[in-house]
Design a protein. Structure first.
Length: 250
């Protein structure tokens, strides 16, 4: 185990075997760090967090020769709020902010310049690319792909293997870089399993996208869209609206 002399460690912190804690890391009280965890420089971990085995926190991004959205710049430290849980074999990049009570499942990857709100769940194997904002009480399920430059507002539900996209030019022309934009998912919207959301599409508040849909147009609030390409089916039933759910906090 290696712990830098400049790291600040709170009370009742438990470390597994082979842990690395780099310079200027701050770890709050009552934190559990599993085996083989690497905590990169400047990372801030709030009290009561749990970091499972083989996870890397505060990773610096590498820029490939043909990367389109990765920038070479100095990033702010990774910040984990209070009572955040990070599963095994996760990679959370420098420049991300995970607020209180966020839960990240095993094998997930969260890139730089990502903000995740309170009580949100990032499921097993989910990828959240850079420059993305995710609200509070969001649930993103197993192996969903959230592309760069996306926005997901509060109380949204993203089912397994949903795919967001951000490049209508599919990697061709330099002009495409002016138009990069991920989807925007408005408050309380839900997206069914294996749906694909095209670049720049907006899903309205409390809208519902059916499983396997390919969404090529903006979806109005409180509407259900299904199919390939997705088309309007009907209104979302009143009993399914967010405002009528017992867990909704307004």
């Amino acid at each position: 185990m290696y712990i830098s002399q400049t790291a600040r460690i709170g009370e009742n912190v438990t470390f597994g075997h082979n842990v690395v804690v780099e310079d200027n890391v701050v770890i709050g009280n009552n934190v559990l760090v599993g085996h083989n965890v690497v905590i990169r420089r400047d990372t801030i971990i709030g009290e009561g967090c749990v970091i499972a085995d083989n996870t890397v926190l505060g990773k610096e991004p590498f820029k490939a020769s043909i990367s389109a959205t990765t920038e070479k710049k100095e990033l702010a430290p990774l910040v984990l709020g209070k009572y955040v849980t990070i599963g095994a074999n996760c990679v959370i990049y420098r420049g991300a902010v995970l607020k209180d009570h966020v839960f990240v499942g095993d094998l997930a990857s969260i890139r730089e310049d990502v903000t995740i709100g309170e009580h949100t769940v990032i499921g097993r194997g989910v990828t959240v690319e850079n420059k993305t904002t995710i609200g509070k009480y969001v649930k993103i399920e197993t192996e969903a792909y959230i592309t760069a430059l996306s926005t997901i507002e509060d109380y949204c539900f993203i089912a397994p293997e949903v795919t967001f996209t951000n490049d209508n030019f599919l990697g061709r022309t330099e002009e495409r870089k002016k138009y990069f934009k991920g989807p925007t998912i408005r408050k309380g919207a839900r997206v069914g399993a294996n749906a694909t959301i095209l670049p720049g599409i907006e899903i309205g508040e409390d809208a519902l996208i059916g499983a396997g849909a390919v969404v090529t147009v903006n979806v109005p609030a409180r509407k259900i869209y299904v199919g390939v390409p997705a088309k309007e089916l009907k209104d979302v039933p009143p009993e399914q609206l967010l405002e009528n759910q017992s867990y909704y906090k307004g």
